[in-house]
Design a binder for this molecule. Structure first.
Ligand SMILES: Nc1ncnc2c1ncn2[C@@H]1O[C@H](COP(=O)(O)OP(=O)(O)OP(=O)(O)O)[C@@H](O)[C@H]1O
Ligand SMILES: [Mg+2]
Length: 356
């Protein structure tokens, strides 16, 4: 007797998404079940194309359905649909499903480097990605993406982002002439950040990554107040002082209602280019320790690699310039963890709230 769609769905209830702690049928991931004699096909629609569990879920779903009587072939198409932030009131960036800010306490810990490489890693997995350089004091994204001389066009009174490596970019660096010092105070910073969000034609994006200046000044405050963020990534290096002020930045965002999506560690280890051995460089608070103290997930560690700085200086992100080196693998793994944490937050915020 031929298998039924109900039997297939029942079998798939045994497959659980390890991040969301629910089975893939309850999560509504299973679509378009088709049965043709002993051949079964369906789609599994995940909440991010960068899901690190994609292959595992595929294999488990296949195994579960193949075990049913009357099934001899299973064809699964793995797709993804990023869920949207919950936005109340009017939103400055309505086409952006998830907005994530990259913050730190201390300067120079690698926020911009991480933002660029994570954005590319997400885009390489098929996500639609934008990158906003909200460092209005010292915009570095145009240099790092190799397009410092680009000038954006306007269309229908909106500024068109610059596209590089499949990512839509916007930075004050594209709008000011070289060397113009930016010495603004509060209201001007907030106004500029608002323009970079609202007056730019971002279109439909799965993820907008927002690179912040360090600390808890006007730009980070404005970003958190102007748009409902999915959350914030805190970047730290293992100096105690970096972790200490990273904690202060985290506290600001929590107070402004932006959850900490994860702690990212940078430059904690050096991988010897000759033998591949890892050595620790500093003895301060690690990213994992900071994550634990903040009650936030740890989303990975990027090794110190001279190739990262060298490629950034000539305008080529290291993930594309040196895909063979450990830093590239670390960026891909971190992008997967970040995407998982975003999916978890999106699932939590769409859960029905108890009626008061
Ligand atoms: N993993 C790494 N290995 C080697 N060099 C790195 C690494 N990460 C960052 N760098 C280098 O460290 C310097 C600071 O990085 P970056 O500009 O990304 O930091 P930032 O936190 O954005 O700084 P700021 O606070 O000034 O915005 C850059 O020269 C960058 O190339
Ligand atoms: Mg920076």
């Amino acid at each position: 007797m031929a298998v039924t769609a109900d039997q297939i769905l029942d079998a798939l209830r045994s497959v659980e998404d390890p991040d969301l702690h629910r089975d893939i049928v309850t999560l509504n991931f299973v679509k378009d079940v088709e049965i043709d004699g002993g051949k079964v096909s369906f789609k599994v629609e995940l909440t991010t194309p960068a899901c690190p569990m994609k292959d595992l879920l595929h294999d488990q779903a296949k195994e579960a359905v193949l075990a049913l009587d009357g099934v001899d072939a299973v064809d699964i198409e793995m797709t993804a649909q990023v869920r949207s932030r919950s936005t109340e009131n009017e939103d400055l960036i309505p086409g952006v499903k998830q907005a994530v800010a990259i913050a730190s306490g201390k300067g120079g810990v690698g926020k911009s480097t991480l933002t660029v490489n994570l954005a590319i890693a997400l885009a390489q997995q098929g996500a639609k990605v934008g990158l906003l350089d909200a460092d209005v004091y010292g915009p570095s994204i145009p240099m790092m993406m190799g397009c410092p001389d680009e000038r954006p066009m306007t269309r229908n009174s909106k500024i068109m982002p610059i596209e590089r490596h499949g990512i839509k970019l916007m930075s004050l660096g594209f709008l000011i002439t070289d060397g113009q010092a930016v010495l603004w105070r509060g209201p001007m910073v907030a106004g500029t950040v608002k323009q970079l969000l609202a007056d730019v034609d971002w279109g439909e994006l799965d993820y907008l990554l927002i690179d912040l200046p360090p600390g808890t000044g006007d730009a980070p405050m404005s970003v958190a107040q102007l748009v409902p963020l999915t959350g914030v990534v805190i970047v730290t290096t293992p100096h105690s002082v970096a972790a200490n002020i990273a904690g202060k930045a985290a506290a600001l965002f929590t107070r402004l209602n932006s959850p900490i999506l994860g702690v990212a560690e940078n430059m904690a280890k050096f991988v010897c280019p000759g033998c591949g051995e890892e050595s620790k460089i500093f003895a301060g608070t690690t990213g994992e320790e900071l994550a634990e103290s903040l009650g936030a997930p740890f989303i990975g560690s990027i090794p110190l690699d001279p190739a990262v700085g060298e490629s950034a200086d000539r305008g080529e992100p290291s993930i594309t310039a040196h895909p063979e080196r450990p830093q590239a693998g670390a960026f891909h793994a971190m992008a997967g963890s970040l995407a998982s944490q975003i999916s978890i937050k999106a699932a939590e915020s769409s859960e029905p709230k108890p009626v008061a």
